[in-house]
Write a protein that binds this ligand. Structure first.
Ligand code: FAD
Length: 502
């Protein structure tokens, strides 16, 4: 193997997924020298096709890639349709029910990740990032104090390279081998012990307009199935079941078919469909052990972004949101340190505090969401009833991932919150009446969930991100964390609250 001379840059980003491209682009936009290393040659396959509005209207706008995404012709997604809860009638969750998402921001997209990720990676290169594909990172380099000061990688010709940098961002996804260098370890969730088996179909039915682009999530006795319309023809279908079944699972069509046959609504949607058996979408795939969080998101010169840091569960399409949101937070912190504006501790405590908060509120939200399916005679659903869980375990995990989350409720104006969520719940009820598709029981439970403080917290930060991107700059925002920082006016760095003027 040959060896090339050592290079020096400001930041090395490992991984060309949405998390890596977000952080790399925002750093390059701030004038830093950034090398982004990706082991595959794009387009490459990835799961995670159903997106949330904050990624499209918040992060993509901040990156300046929103027009390219709009022009790509992805399937518009107004929300989710659920056969969930006791009642067999499906109901809708529309992004527009939240007043903040009304109008232009009230949709997201279902994306073929091969296309979406490639647009983001190409945009990263166009923004000034030195993007190198077919370059696999196989280790970090450390100084005499144990600080990570660079990486080693091998290119397509098997030449080994050494790149030195002030910061190394690990955005290499769930299979990362680098994350431990931040000083922590991966802790798996006791609650989300699930396995997913998935494939692709052509000719599946569509929900009636205007919800034809919605993700359909349908519960059945052994778990639930996602049904994601990617194009008019192509549908992504996956079953999420208990991990205890994993050893009996083969990545075979018959296994996936077996679950589909037990789920009446999806079986019907696929009654005229054919499974894709060739090309990238021709494979039946399995994923397990995907619900975890690292105990440290930064340290020793390394910053973890996206799945390299944490992931919860596919049910509410949060993965790409957490990856791109953490990319924004990481870029702000790195920019703030590289400009000499503040210490590493100050900048990265903000990164980790906000990231853990987002993860923790989604974690609670998704746990409650699983709790809605109260099937009495199913092992899968009984095991996922929050009320049946050992609350101590759940609370311990949530507080582990939450970091300083607990003190933050004090920051919120209670009257405003009540007003805002009364409006949300009213809009939800009206939407229910309009579509006529949401059953009373599930609708009430959903309305109840939406008035819970945990959901307020989920929506709050996503809304702030979207509002900031929509207006170019959002002026002064209050700190999200007690004693914390606020985004600079251009949204690319942190600043002390008192130093921002409207
Ligand atoms: P990735 O997208 O995994 O990108 C990491 C990149 O790093 C890859 O391109 C990889 O090739 C590269 N890489 C890895 N190792 C190296 C190395 N050593 N050197 C160089 N490059 C390297 N999320 C949603 O938002 N919506 C959904 O509907 C959804 N459904 C899901 C269903 C399942 C079953 C699962 C398991 C996850 C789902 N997700 C979903 C989550 C989503 O897939 C991830 O959260 C998202 O892809 C994370 O983005 P990322 O940029 O962190 O990592």
């Amino acid at each position: 193997m040959n060896s090339a001379p050592i290079e020096h840059v400001d930041v090395v980003v490992v991984g060309g997924g949405p998390g890596g491209s977000t952080v790399a682009t925002l750093l390059a936009k701030s004038g830093h020298r950034v090398v982004q290393l990706e082991k595959e040659t794009f387009p490459r396959y990835q799961i995670g096709e159903s997106l949330l509005p904050s990624t499209i209207h918040g992060v993509c706008r901040l990156l300046g890639v929103d027009k390219k995404i709009k022009d790509a012709g992805f399937m518009p997604k107004r929300g989710g349709s659920f056969r969930w809860g006791k009642n067999p009638v499906p109901w809708n969750f529309l992004f527009a029910i939240s007043p903040e998402f009304a109008g232009d921001g009230s949709y997201a997209y279902q994306v073929e990740r091969m296309k979406f990720d490639q647009i983001l990676l190409e945009h990263s290169a166009e923004s000034g990032v030195d993007v190198r594909q077919n370059c696999r990172v196989n280790g970090t380099e450390q100084d005499e104090h144990g600080r990570v000061v660079g990486v080693r990688y091998v290119d397509a010709d098997r030449t080994e390279h050494h790149v030195r940098a002030t910061f190394v961002v690990d955005a290499s996804g769930n299979t990362t081998r680098l994350s431990k260098h931040a000083g922590g370890e991966r802790v798996y969730s006791d609650f989300f012990q699930n396995v997913a088996i998935f494939g692709y179909f052509e000719g599946g039915k569509r929900l009636p307009a205007p919800d034809s682009g919605n993700i359909l999530c349908a519960a059945f006795d052994e778990g639930w199935i996602w049904y994601i319309p990617l194009t008019d023809e192509l549908t992504s279908v996956g079953a999420v079941i208990s991990k205890s079944k994993a050893d009996r699972l083969d990545a075979q069509e018959s296994t996936l078919r077996g679950y589909i046959d037990r789920c009446a609504i999806v079986k019907d949607m696929l009654s005229d469909a054919t499974r894709v058996t060739e090309g990238t979408y021709g494979e039946i795939r399995l994923r397990k052990d995907y619900s975890y969080a690292n105990t440290k998101f930064w340290g020793n010169g390394m910053v973890l972004v996206g799945d390299a840091a944490c992931f919860i569960d596919p049910v509410f399409s949060t993965g790409v949101h957490l990856a791109t949101y953490s990319g924004v937070l990481a870029a702000r912190s790195i920019n703030s340190v590289l400009s000499g504006a503040m210490t590493e501790e100050r900048a990265f405590d903000e990164f980790e505090g906000r990231y853990r908060r987002e993860y923790a509120v989604f974690y609670e939200f998704l746990s409650a969401f699983y709790d809605m399916e109260q099937s009495e005679d199913s092992y899968f659903w009984k095991a996922r009833r929050v009320t049946n869980l050992d609350r101590t375990d759940l609370a311990a995990f949530v507080s582990l991932v939450a970091g300083g989350y607990s003190g933050e409720n004090a920051l919120t104006d209670a009257d405003q919150v009540v007003e805002k969520f009364t409006a949300s719940t009213k809009a939800l009820t009206e939407a229910t009446d309009r579509t006529g598709g949401m059953d009373t029981d599930s609708g009430q439970r959903m309305g109840h969930m939406f008035s819970a403080p945990v959901v307020r917290d989920v929506m709050e930060e996503m809304n702030a991100l979207q509002a900031r991107a929509a207006t170019g700059s959002n002026g002064v925002e209050p700190p999200l964390l007690e004693g914390g920082l606020v985004p600079s006016l251009d949204g690319l760095a942190w600043t002390e609250p008192a130093s921002v003027t409207a």
